[in-house]
Design a protein around this ligand. Structure first.
Ligand code: PXP
Length: 248
């Protein structure tokens, strides 16, 4: 199997910075450290409310790093303008609600297909690989291929919650859905990514899915970095991913 890529989401370095309103800890420094520690990409989410990453961070991260930037954003006109000006390697479209603590569900692609087709075209024309963050739902996967996305990122949140809470049957059922969705997406010619809520406890079965090419992991990595440093936290995740991949 191909080596699985690891994207590190550095949003929560900015969360910590913003808690005090100053300039530290600097998400650009975190992105560079993640790169040095072996990350294959950096993910950052410019939310409508700018609660963590801010406009200036996006450009600064993109300028500084030598690995691809995955610009996560809601499918709004404002974000399209910023993404087109930033010119990241990839754009990941996510649903966004102001009141949520994190991206809770997948994007509604099937019910918004005409608008998304028009939305994606200029981003793709500008050279961005457009990814849609979707639930492991056959309808959404099918629609993702039709609207012109290059990639789907499968939402692993429900699976990870079940693992974290020791609900083994639910975790197994969620995992089956993700495995089926990965196969469906690959058959439709989509590149398959996965992410949300992943930790050392939940990563192995997801990393073992042969069609999955990339994982994007944020909150757990930044939390773990408090104890091990970012380099140690990333090295352990890389080790677990490689073992899962080799076993597959
Ligand atoms: N992928 C996507 C599309 C996300 O929205 C998020 C959360 O910002 C992540 C991955 C990372 O999730 P977590 O921070 O739970 O690892």
């Amino acid at each position: 199997m191909d080596r699985l890529r690891l994207g590190i989401n550095i949003d929560h370095v900015a969360t910590l910075r913003n808690a005090r309103g100053g300039a530290t800890p600097d998400p650009v420094r975190a992105a560079l450290m993640a790169e040095a520690a072996g990350a294959d990409g950096i993910t950052a989410h410019l939310r409508e409310d700018r609660r963590h990453i801010r406009d200036a961070d996006m450009g600064a991260i993109n300028e500084a790093i030598g690995i691809p930037l995955n610009f996560e954003m809601a499918a709004t006109e404002e974000m399209a303008r910023i993404a087109l000006a930033t010119r990241p390697h990839a754009v990941c479209l996510v649903p966004e609600k102001r009141e949520e603590r994190t991206t809770e569900g997948g994007l509604e692609v099937a019910g918004d297909a005409n608008r998304l087709t028009r939305y994606i075209a200029p981003l793709a024309d500008a050279g961005a690989r457009v990814s849609l963050f979707v639930a492991a739902d056959p309808r959404q996967i099918d629609a993702s291929a039709r609207v012109g996305a290059a990639v789907v990122e499968l939402h692993t949140g429900a699976y990870c919650h079940a693992v974290d809470e020791g609900r083994h049957e639910d975790a197994a059922a969620e995992l089956e859905r993700i495995i089926a969705a990965a196969a469906q997406a690959a058959d439709l010619g989509l590149e398959v990514h996965a992410g949300h809520g992943l930790s050392y406890d939940s990563v192995t079965p997801i990393a073992a899915i042969p069609q999955v090419a990339e994982l994007n992991i944020g909150h757990f990595m930044i939390g773990e970095a408090v104890f091990r440093g970012l380099e140690g936290a990333i090295a352990e995740m890389r080790r677990l991913m490689d073992i899962a991949r080799d076993a597959g």
